[in-house]
Ligand binder design. Structure first.
Ligand code: SF4
Ligand code: MG
Length: 333
């Protein structure tokens, strides 16, 4: 099947007032219809900037310096703003932890939701209203009928977030970009929202780009996983391979940090230190100052992203030689 989205060698930069800094560097990945790709990494690794680059929601200081973003074969990176605006919310919907496209304060929830549905479907007035009420129920909002008449200021932040999710899903986008969509919500609601996203994928064959730091959510939702570190992809594999045979020391550290079923939470203990600032990117492998296996070579030379198996890509010098066993694997035996 042809790819719905192809991000190729994306480089996104920001102007700080003094210099230009690279926030996303040479990022390439693709997404087929009906597929869910999880993008994971610590905050500041470039996950959100990658998603914002797709629809060029980068603000006045950010820009795509290089690369292509092909959606249905068309390069969005060069589309004019007015054409992009029509695509946003229709073919491509986004949901954020903190809604960026906020609700309009002067219209009721009902009128905003029905307007959204009306624009994207051929349903009758009655059916449109019924769909709106149903969507509010599906995102776990009580008293949906009453809520239709409420204004955004009558709702709590968490409720507004769920209305935004209802709006994003109601118009059945071809691509849903969800950036930490459920982080601020409690676990029951979180499960409901994930279920809704699965429904969307099944019913309309939508592709989902799920950005999260929660590997539990990734395991449940994603077909493929892209791991980002310091603005670059460091590993990409199908979800089973990534969890079973992570090859990059950073991915291995992230997996080590998952809370155990025993309740023994090991935070990023496996990875000391922090993501380097994009203004002071270290030379060589960007992970070298946190990596237990860093060598002189790693500190000087940047490892390329290499194919280590079918659909498995890794950016690490240790992964490049076919005969090399990863030290962490040895250490674990
Ligand atoms: Fe660690 Fe070297 Fe691999 Fe980077 S290239 S992750 S420093 S072993
Ligand atoms: Mg983010």
């Amino acid at each position: 099947m042809a790819n719905l989205l192809e991000v190729e060698r994306l480089q996104t930069v920001f102007w700080t007032g003094q210099e230009e800094v690279t926030s996303v560097d040479e990022v390439s990945f693709s997404l087929k219809a009906g597929e869910t790709v999880g993008i994971v990494g610590e905050s500041g690794c470039g996950k959100s900037v990658t998603s914002l680059s797709i629809l060029r929601l980068l603000g006045q200081h950010g820009r795509i310096k290089q690369g292509e973003i092909r959606f249905n074969g068309e390069n969005l990176a060069v589309w004019p703003e007015n054409k992009l605006r029509r695509l946003r919310g229709r073919e491509i919907s986004m949901i954020f932890q903190e809604p960026m496209t906020s609700l309009n304060p002067v219209f009721t929830i009902g009128s905003q939701l029905t307007e959204m549905i009306r624009q994207h479907t051929t349903l009758s007035r009655k059916e449109t209203r019924a769909r709106a009420v149903d969507m509010l129920r599906k995102v776990g909002l009580p008293h949906a009928e009453t809520l239709m008449k409420a204004y955004p200021h009558n709702l709590s932040g968490g409720m507004r977030q769920r209305v935004m999710i209802a709006m994003a899903l109601a118009c059945k986008p071809k691509l849903l970009i969800a950036d930490e969509p459920t982080t601020a919500l409690d676990v029951t609601i979180q499960a409901q929202i994930l279920e809704l996203m699965k429904e969307l994928r099944q019913e309309s064959g939508a592709a989902i780009m799920l950005i999260t730091h929660d590997l539990g959510v990734v395991a449940e939702m994603a077909d493929r996983v892209v791991v980002m570190y310091a603005g670059q992809i460091v590993e990409e594999a199908d979800v089973f391979t990534l969890f079973r045979e992570p090859r990059h020391p950073y991915t291995q550290g992230l997996l080590e940090a998952i809370p155990r079923v025993t309740g023994d939470v090991r935070r990023l203990a496996a990875i000391p230190g922090a993501v380097p600032s994009i203004q002071r990117m270290p030379a060589g492998c960007r992970f070298h100052n946190r990596c237990a296996w860093a060598t002189e070579h790693c500190r000087k030379e940047t490892p390329p992203l290499i194919e280590t198996g079918p659909d498995h890509r890794v950016r690490c010098w240790l992964a490049s030689g076919p005969a090399i066993t990863h030290p962490l694997k040895e250490a674990r035996v």
